[in-house]
Design a protein around this ligand. Structure first.
Ligand SMILES: [Zn+2]
Length: 219
């Protein structure tokens, strides 16, 4: 499903600097999702929640304690690493962190939502505890991107329900060649030409090769 990182093998939802200095996060907006991630501004912004402490003897109920910034050893957790990067960037130190976002649309099926920049982070009080929030804004691909994906236009985030419908309809295969790996959710009419992300009729599954081939034809 995912052309770069094999997400199904990733153990963690948050992966700071996973691959060539690009971070990766997994999100879910399913009703049983562990964290209330949300999408705003027609898909240009994701507000991503930090992650809880792992369950252990000292922390029998992670949902009852603050999300940790540091591990017991004193090193930064994934929350802490993302938070520090966001704050450094806000303070004018360094580039915004690039974050690839993958979204769980059903069991075992992850969709690539695109590359975002880590624009901000803050702590929010929920009930009696504090949780981390990260603001991710849709970005250009890093300029050294491989696979020619830098030239792809931004795909606005397609709602999970639409992705699930498209996935079922297209049987999890590229509609052109039938491949089942490196699949993308493609706007049949591009977003930039008024095509919607909200209707499954305008979305199809394409493998990376046919996605790029189609894009070249349009341009
Ligand atoms: Zn194909």
């Amino acid at each position: 499903m995912c052309e770069r990182e094999n997400v199904q093998t990733l153990q963690r939802g948050m992966n700071f600097h996973l691959d060539a200095g690009v971070s990766v996060v997994l999100m879910s907006r399913r009703h049983n999702a562990p964290y209330p991630d949300r999408v705003e501004d027609s898909g240009r912004v994701i507000v991503y929640e930090g992650h809880d402490s792992p369950r252990c003897n000292d922390v029998p109920d992670p949902k009852s304690v603050d999300q940790p910034e540091r591990n017991p050893s004193g090193s930064l957790t994934q929350n802490g690493l993302f938070h520090r990067a966001a704050q450094n960037h806000k303070d004018g130190m360094g580039h915004a962190e690039f974050v690839r976002v993958y979204e769980k649309i059903m069991n075992g099926v992850w969709a690539y939502n695109g590359v975002f920049t880590l624009a901000d982070s803050w702590l929010e009080t929920r009930g009696r505890r504090k949780v981390f929030k990260f603001r991710l804004e849709m970005a250009e691909e890093p300029s050294d991107s491989d696979r020619g994906l830098a030239t792809l236009e931004h795909a606005r985030v397609i709602p999970s329900s639409v992705k699930a419908e498209v996935w079922r309809r297209d049987h999890g295969r590229c509609v052109t060649c039938g491949r089942t790996d490196n699949l993308h959710f493609d706007h049949i009419i591009p977003y930039s030409k008024g095509g919607t992300s909200l209707d499954a009729l305008n979305i199809q599954l394409l493998c990376a090769r046919h996605n790029v081939a189609k894009r070249d034809k349009i341009e």
